[in-house]
Structures are given as C-alpha cells and as structure tokens.
Design a protein around this ligand. Structure first.
Ligand code: NAD
Length: 317
C-alpha cells in the first residue's frame, strides 16, 4: 500500500501508466506528466475533476517543465518512454532521446528539486538472449539485442549511479509483456486489427514459435505497488511477469476464438531465424522468485492473462 504520498507519474496517460494512476489516486496526491505521443486523455478522464489529481501536458525533454512538475513531490513513477522495440532497427536516435536523455533529464531535475525516490519501468529485453531461463535478476552479462533494450539498460545504470551519488532510492521493474484493457500496441492489438480487416487470413510475424511470458496489467500494477511497500534497499530490482510462457500461435488461437472466427488461415513471415523483427528475443521467461519471496504472486498465468486482455480489448472496441 502506498498512502499519503505526493507522486509524479511520467507517462501516466499511457497504457500501464493510466492503470497505475487509477490505483494511486485512491490514497495519494497524483500528478501525471505526459506529452500524449501515445498516451490518451480519455484514459484519465475519471480523474480530471478529482482535487487529488492534476495533469501536466509536457515533454520530458523540456527540463524546465520537468522541474516545475516535481515541485512538492516525494516519489516519481517513471513510465514515459518510447516502448516500440521495432523502431530501433530503422531509427537509431529515438530510444536514445526518448528513453536515455529523457531519463537523465528527470533524474537531474529530481536531484535539483531534492525528490529522492524513483520507480522505473524497465524490461525483460535488458537480458538479451539469456542462456538461463527462467532468467533471474542477477543474470549477466546483460547484452541486449535491441536498441530499446540497450536504452532501458542505460537508464537502469543512470538510476543506480544517481542513487549512489546523490542519496536517492530506486525500484527498477523488469517487465515481461504486459497486456490488458487500454493496450495500444503489442501482439494482441496487432492481431485484432488485422482480423478486423481480414477475418479469413492472419499474418503472423516470425515463425509463430517465439515463446514469451505475459502478465495482465492489473497484476503488474499490484506488483509495483507491493514491492515499493515491501523492499527498502537503495536500488531494488525486480522481475515482474507470470511464471510461464505461451507461443505466438497460441495467442493467435485465443484471439481468433474470442472474436468468434473460424477457419482463419495463418501466414508466417518467417523472419530472420524465426524472429518477428530485428531485435525480437525469441524466448523470454523471467524468474519471479525474488518478488514471490516478498509475498507477491500473480493471479493469472500467461494464457489466462492473454484471454482476459483479449476480452477487455474486444469489449472496448
Ligand atoms: P505507452 O506508450 O502506452 O506509455 C508511454 C507513455 O509515455 C505514453 O502516454 C506517452 O505519451 C508518454 N511519453 C512518451 N515519451 C514521452 C516524453 N518524452 N515526455 C512525456 N511523455 C512521454 O507504453 P506502456 O506499454 O504503457 O509502457 C509503459 C512503460 O513500461 C514504458 O517505459 C515501457 O518501456 C515499459 N514496458 C512496457 C511493457 C509492455 O509490455 N507494455 C513491457 C516492458 C516495459
């Protein structure tokens, strides 16, 4: 439980951020800073008239705006980022600016404004193609295969260094694939859009055998809040995911079934070594022992998370 804090949520108008805000506003003062590059005002509309909530439309690259947003805050949840792994294969600058420089700006502003605690949403992609699966937090060396993964690893390093140098504290969460209502990107959204256009054929990127772990967004938010309340190291690093994985073809089967479709023809693009795109990690399953030892456990496995997310996304359309 997090209570009576004054919190800034960067990227709070996004998919995961808006679910986090739903929970935090119940017992805290919450400000969201978002540039609405992928976030949506409608995700926050229930809170716009709440006196404990405020919305700041600004970019993390605007340091003055970030400093102003940090006034009187004592905790930051930093979710704003460009989360699109695929972009990095065509444009090598976006993740550098939107993830690394943006995170540096935030940390530097926190230092100046003496805001001492940050919770950061990192990713399983920092592990690259790990040889140990399920992959624990202390696995190494960390050799990402996407520019996105590299940028998040750089952010983790900056956060750790700021914490040691300037007496700050951090929680770093390495997420599996997070799915659910308000999702705007990712495999389920992609399949729904494609099947709405053509209910007879579905293009599947890669071999369809890429096998990864999925977690429902409600569980993800629970895990973040739980670990903040139950761990106090200077830098706390936790994997957040479910305890199993599913492959892409199984996800296609779930989406087809939930959309009430039959006899859909799957066409696999094959890709390089069966990857969906350059930088796609083919096998991802995180060890969640560390957070389970704290006392948190996911309610849903990967298949159940995919099913619940597909239903929620279809309901909203
Ligand atoms: P999202 O795109 O829905 O949310 C990102 C939010 O940040 C958006 O509202 C966007 O408008 C905002 N934003 C982006 N750049 C900004 C900037 N320069 N200044 C201000 N606001 C900016 O993505 P999401 O899926 O909700 O992801 C949230 C976080 O979790 C990201 O850091 C992402 O890397 C991380 N993550 C997500 C997943 C997943 O499966 N969704 C997995 C691993 C990690």
């Amino acid at each position: 439980m997090i209570e009576d804090r004054s919190i800034l949520v960067t990227g709070g108008a996004g998919f995961i951020g808006s679910h986090l805000v739903d929970r935090l506003v119940e017992s805290n003062r919450v400000a969201v800073l978002d540039n609405f590059s992928s976030g949506k005002r409608e995700f926050l509309e229930d809170h716009l008239t709440d006196p404990n909530f405020s919305l700041i439309e600004a970019d993390l690259l605007d340091q003055k705006a970030v400093e102003a947003a940090l006034e009187d805050k004592d905790l930051v949840f930093h979710l704003a980022a460009n989360p699109d792994v695929r972009i990095g294969a065509e444009d090598t600058r976006t993740h550098l600016d939107q993830n690394i420089v943006a995170t540096y700006n935030l940390l530097e502003s926190m230092r100046k404004k003496r805001v001492a605690e940050i919770a950061f949403t990192s990713t399983s992609t920092v592990y690259g193609e790990a040889e140990v699966v399920p992959t624990p937090e202390d696995y190494g060396p960390l050799l990402p295969i996407s520019l996105y993964g590299a940028s998040k690893l750089a952010c983790e390093a900056l956060i750790s260094a700021f914490c040691s140098t300037f007496d700050m504290g951090a929680w770093i969460f390495r997420f599996a694939n997070i799915v659910g209502e308000r999702g705007t990107h990712g495999v389920i959204v992609d399949f729904i859009k494609k099947l709405e256009k053509d209910p007879k054929n579905l293009e599947i990127l890669g071999s369809g055998r890429q096998r990864k772990s999925y977690l429902l967004v409600d569980d993800c938010v629970d895990a973040m809040i739980f670990s903040l309340a139950h761990s106090q190291d200077r830098v706390n690093v936790f994997n957040i995911g479910s305890a199993d994985s599913v492959d892409v073809t199984e996800i296609a089967d779930v989406v087809v079934e939930k959309m009430g479709l039959e006899e859909v023809r799957y066409g696999y693009t094959g890709g390089i070594e069966g990857r969906g795109w350059r930088g796609d990690v083919k096998t991802m399953l995180l060890s969640i022992e560390a957070i389970e030892e704290l006392g948190w456990t996911p309610r849903f496995n990967s298949r159940q998370s995919i099913e619940a997310a597909t239903e929620a996304l279809l309901d909203r359309r």
